[in-house]
Design a binder for this molecule. Sequence first.
Ligand SMILES: O=C(CO)[C@H](O)[C@H](O)COP(=O)(O)O
Length: 277
Amino acid sequence: MASGCKIGLSILNSDLASLGADYLYLDAFCSQHHLWSPCGRKEAQDPFFDMHMMVSRPEQWVKPMAIAGANQYTFHLEATENPGALIKDIRENGMKVGLAIKPGTTVEYLAPWAHQIDMALVMTVEAGFGGQKFTEDMMPKVHWLRTRFPSLDIEVDGGVGPDTIHKCAEAGANVIVSGSVIMRSEDPRSVINLLRNICLEAAQKRSLDQWNHKESSVSAYEISFLLENKNITYQIVPQLRQCCFSEQLFIPVTKIHFAECSKRLEIGVYYIFSDAI
Ligand SMILES: O=C(CO)[C@H](O)[C@H](O)COP(=O)(O)O
């Protein structure tokens, strides 16, 4: 699965650096030769800076951003003719790679690069300024990506807050950018925590749904192994979420501990249990 749930604080409309978010999301614009990027104070310990490069010719800012201390360089697919070379350059400059698509760009264009990037960004507003209205129509793109790339970090950006994050998280986004809603709140930390909890809950539900999906294709598993020279057989009935231990003891599948099992336990079955725990 993608690596946890992260809430990114967009400081486009603010100069605050950290209010308990998992990373800072810095938007950058450019004129022909000059880059404008807001600077937050580096108050957080070891902050993670994700640079959202809303620029044409993103190639030109890779090195300066790396020198400035950016951790991730997120560029727009629409802004470059050679995404492959740019991805390579970003990596060679020691940064992670984010690839963004604008609302009007079809998600299939991103797919060929999905295995080479760390994060896909599905914009839910036109890039440019904070406080815009969330576009729910973008959620099928998120779902499409999540279905095909289960371990990819998928970020959404634009109009995301407590009222809209459910839609993003349910569609499969695990990295959430939020700006105005957090900044306007009297208690930004609690908004961030609320967003993170909603995102985590949706991720847990997705795992459970996957487990249920696996279950529906199998009626029962049987595994045997030796324990203290005795041949022990488990019969597992996934639909009941129960396990029959030598036909005597029924225990919920989620509570089985395999620490004492012999090495003859089948690896495949072990994975099924660890998913459920
Ligand atoms: O990239 C952006 C705009 O291009 C902003 O980061 C983004 O829209 C976040 O702000 P808000 O939560 O206020 O929509």
